[in-house]
Design a protein around this ligand. Sequence first.
Ligand code: UFG
Length: 323
Amino acid sequence: MRILVTGGAGYIGSVTTEMLLDAGHEVTVFDNFERGHRSAIDVRANVEEGDLRNRTRIAEAMAVIKPDAVMHFAAYALVGESMEVPETYFQNNLVGGLNLVDAMLVSGCKKIVFSSTCATYGQPDRVPITEEEMQKPENPYGESKLALEKALRWYEELRGIKAVFLRYFNACGATAKFGEDHDPETHLIPIILQVALGKREEVQIFGDDYETPDGTCLRDYIHIVDLSRAHILALTGDHSGPFNLGNGTGYSVKDVIETARRVTGHPIPARVAARRPGDPARLIASAQKAHDVLGWRPGLDDLESIIKSAWDWHQEHPEGYGD
Ligand code: UFG
């Protein structure tokens, strides 16, 4: 198939681009390179530089590429930042997303696989979280993703666009070529690995007084290769609607630090600090629907191998992509 990948220079988009190309698809990456990295794009992909907030630009690109399907990764994705500059999040994630879908309508493209998030659930009433859980986001990032999900439901019902929403839990890990390089970095695993590389003194544990077995937050860490596989499964067939993507196991912040100490052989000093506002105590997926409907089975589900893959990449790329 001919696939347009928005945000293909970003963390998950880069790996999915690589896997789509390996599977024999033709891929064009559309990216504004504001947060993504040119060297994160597989050399076999075509590249269109542009910003989704520019309606004309995405419409032009869509008319040239005429994709069979779109994979939509391009977005701002920092919860904390979204609380500071909500309008920026709604402009990029919602307005940009709507511009993309409008361009699809004009060009006749009828399938989109959209990167959504467990942040659309907010504080869940129960874990593991199923797709039926009430969605009540607690920050503009989650709200902007939910708003586009809602719009896409109507585009499906009234305009015939099949829309799959993949609600990621905590994306992590790396392939031999592509890994995580955010500036600033806020995610737990890369921060821990920066300590192991000697680039930070210590990792702060944001709160150890949660109602969890060791008092630190539980998260469901899912390898980006498994996430990418789910995208490719979602592309084929007649699939639409939401799917949670996680391993179904919750690891605490302390578990992650301990595992990283074993993997890296580095002591990784850690210090308990205040809670980070907005952090739910537990975010753990039920991915039963993705198993049953998409036939998706995460294969890289133990924390040690996930962290090992990220550690290998960070050692090879101590300065990230360097651009
Ligand atoms: N944490 C620390 N110290 C740090 C960084 C993080 O203790 O220096 C803790 C956080 O408090 C949290 C856990 O580690 O309990 C994981 O934090 P991350 O920032 O790595 O990930 P989040 O769970 O906050 O965020 C993830 C995705 C978001 C998504 C969100 C949903 O990265 O895109 O889940 O809540 F929106």
